[in-house]
Design a binder for this molecule. Structure first.
Ligand SMILES: Cc1cc2nc3c(=O)[nH]c(=O)nc-3n(C[C@H](O)[C@H](O)[C@H](O)COP(=O)(O)OP(=O)(O)OC[C@H]3O[C@@H](n4cnc5c(N)ncnc54)[C@H](O)[C@@H]3O)c2cc1C
Length: 597
């Protein structure tokens, strides 16, 4: 990276081409260095005519399949069950074969088409969406990403038809966010592995026949040294617990899964021995647009529900739609939904275009869309007033269903830390080189001078806004929004630089600082994706037709500017120490310490 960055400053036109064709570039890592890799995001990715036509067919048929079922979904939520005859209908529709290549009997969808399909399913029922999503996003994705040809030929056709439903088994009673601490073990015995352990809260556990299981292959105390295996339901020693009684997604199956001396042939191993942690992270990263698609679909449904409600309900002699505070909610829901959709679609398109390093961007799409959905669900319920609280109406179920998105597939706290620390990684390495070079200037003047010169040039480019710290291909009508993005990018690069110099390697323990940087990064990536989409719409449709999209951008860019400013202001002056002290005091007492009597 150090070398590439210095090359960039010397021969920009050639380098722009080189960087763009370089599929290991990450937009956010580059942004933390102060570079805007605009060719990654521009123009806003459009689907091919063929893909669009297929999707329109799928969307229409899904409406026919799921549309008439609203009463069933409500009943199944209350009963906490999903009838097997209904799961058979989902299988017959092909919903379990969405991302499986056509050669193995699936529909061969890329990430964008997959995410768009889950969006459609989620408009009708979140339990159905998570059943289908857990199968494709995480359950069998390891087989697609890491499976041998023999494994793919053996399992993919059955997974495509739904004859086998898949589940992803990582979490354990003692191991949630800290996935490296799992205790399930796999010991080698001849050509086989013997698996022992217990997995918790496994989506599809009760209906799955195919489990992607993570186990320690050294001993249970060795951190991280794990391996991924394909385990099938018919293997002796596999059992599942009862259906969990959950707050939301109640019709979907969530169970414990137990492995007692399960003999698994080595031919069922996914990826290399000891590389299971990487397998798990890669699966979660590449599956994230499924969850994001689901969030967008639910937001679209909520906007339909809440606007209808506000049109129909009158108070003080007029429809509540006429009140400013109701308009404010609906307007914000539209902004949140459009920004989430732009971001989720962009990440899916990056994956489809073969970019390899989109883990930070995928994490951003998950955090932003799950929180946007939470705001939307809460505000839609508020718009419905008391009706929103009644089980007869759909709002309370959607609120219950939506809550989990901030917890599973990586909690939003863990993902924020991941976003900040991963995106800053290149800058950190750069600074390390710099500090080494300062010592090395005297020992190896040429090498030391090279790094110093690059650093000076990078700082100069940040200060003057030249070279790749600016967008050059956005329509001039978006000048003011572009300026907000570029200004905040400079501030981000400077803040990252300052925070890393202050804390060095200790940044890992500085969660308040990391979180603030993550918030700014999330805002900037979401704004960049939205800018790209509005730009494409403006060029294709003209100003008049793109008017509302321009207004969305007006709102989002102003909100981003304010939030980013506030986060950077808080880097140096904040109340963190007092908050930590208050928390420690409460932990000590395990209660609130005051009363008025
Ligand atoms: C309905 C449902 C379905 C699920 N499906 C699956 C599945 O199919 N497969 C599977 O393997 N798992 C599944 N899970 C598990 C899910 O992924 C975990 O719940 C999640 O990873 C969080 O782990 P935890 O619940 O143990 O929380 P913990 O890790 O105990 O975290 C508790 C809190 O502490 C915070 N925290 C933890 N560590 C840190 C840190 N270092 N810094 C700051 N904050 C921290 C967390 O963000 C969280 O707020 C499912 C869970 C649910 C509820």
């Amino acid at each position: 990276m150090v070398l590439r960055a210095s090359e960039a400053l010397e021969t920009q036109p050639k380098d722009v081409k080189q960087r763009v064709t370089n599929k290991d570039t990450s937009f956010m890592r580059s942004l933390c260095m102060g570079y805007i890799e605009e060719d990654m995001l521009l123009p806003f990715p459009a689907m091919s005519a063929e893909e669009r036509e297929t999707l329109q067919g799928v969307v229409g048929s899904l409406g026919d399949l799921l549309g008439p079922r609203e009463k069933d979904f409500r009943a199944w939520d209350r009963a906490a069950e999903m009838p097997s005859a209904y799961v058979d209908e989902l299988k017959a529709f092909g919903l379990f074969g969405l991302i499986i290549p056509e050669a193995y009997g699936g529909l061969g969808f890329g990430s964008a088409a997959y995410s768009r399909t889950l969006q459609e399913v989620a408009k009708f029922d979140a339990s159905t969406a998570v059943t289908v999503g857990a199968h494709s996003s995480i359950g069998m994705r390891g087989l697609l990403l890491f499976g041998s040809e023999e494994q793919r030929t053996r399992f993919l056709p059955r997974l495509a038809t739904g004859e086998m439903i898949a589940a992803f088994c990582l979490t354990e009673p003692g191991s949630g966010s800290d996935a490296a601490s799992i205790r399930t073990t796999a010991h080698r015995e001849g050509d086989d592995w013997i698996l022992d352990g217990n997995k918790l809260w496994i989506t599809n556990g009760g209906i799955a026949d195919f489990f992607t299981v993570f186990a320690k292959t050294e001993n249970a105390d060795t951190r991280g040294h794990m391996t991924a295996f394909i385990v099938t339901r018919d293997m002796p020693g596999v059992s599942v617990g009862p259906h969990e009684d959950k707050m939301g997604l109640r019709a979907s199956s969530t169970t414990t899964v137990h492995f007692e001396k399960v003999r698994v042939p080595d031919s069922h191993r996914l990826g290399e021995v000891g590389k299971g942690f990487k397998v798990a992270m890669k699966i979660l990263n590449s599956g994230r647009t499924g969850l994001g698609g689901g969030a967008v679909g639910t937001m679209k449904h909520l906007i339909s529900l809440a606007t209808r409600q506000a049109n129909e309900r009158s108070q003080f002699g007029k429809p509540i739609r006429e009140f400013g505070l109701i308009k404010q909610k609906i307007g914000q829901m539209v902004v949140d939904c459009y920004a989430s959709e732009s971001t989720v679609h962009m990440v899916a398109a990056l994956a489809d275009q073969g970019y390899e390093d989109y883990a930070v961007e995928a994490a951003i799409s998950k955090v932003f869309s799950s929180e946007a959905l939470w705001r939307c669900a809460d505000e839609a319920l508020q718009t419905a007033g008391g009706n929103g609280y009644m089980t007869e109406y759909p709002y309370e179920r959607i609120v219950r269903d939506a809550r989990i998105n901030r917890i599973f597939e990586g909690t939003n706290e863990i993902l924020r830390l991941f976003i900040a620390l991963s995106a800053m990684d290149d800058v950190g390495r750069h600074l390390k080189e710099l500090s080494k070079s300062l010592q090395g200037v005297f020992e190896d003047p040429i090498k030391g001078f090279g790094v110093l010169r690059e650093y000076a040039l990078r700082r100069a480019s940040l200060a003057t806004g030249i070279r790749k710290s600016v967008f050059t291909k956005l329509d001039p009508r978006l000048k003011s929004h572009t300026a907000i993005f570029e200004e905040a990018t400079k501030d981000l690069a400077i803040a990252v630089d300052r925070v890393l110099r202050k804390h060095g390697r200790n940044i890992i323990g500085k969660q308040f600082a990391s979180k603030r940087l993550a918030e700014a990064m999330i805002d900037l990536f979401v704004l960049a994706c939205t800018l790209s989409r509005v730009n494409s719409s403006l060029l294709a449709n003209g100003e008049e037709k793109a008017r509302q999209e321009m207004q969305i951008l007006d709102v989002l860019s102003d909100q981003v500017r304010r939030r980013v400013r506030q986060n950077f202001d808080l880097v140096d002056r904040n109340e963190d120490e007092s908050l930590k002290a208050l928390a420690d005091h409460a932990f000590e007492l395990e209660k609130y310490a005051w009363d008025t009597i």
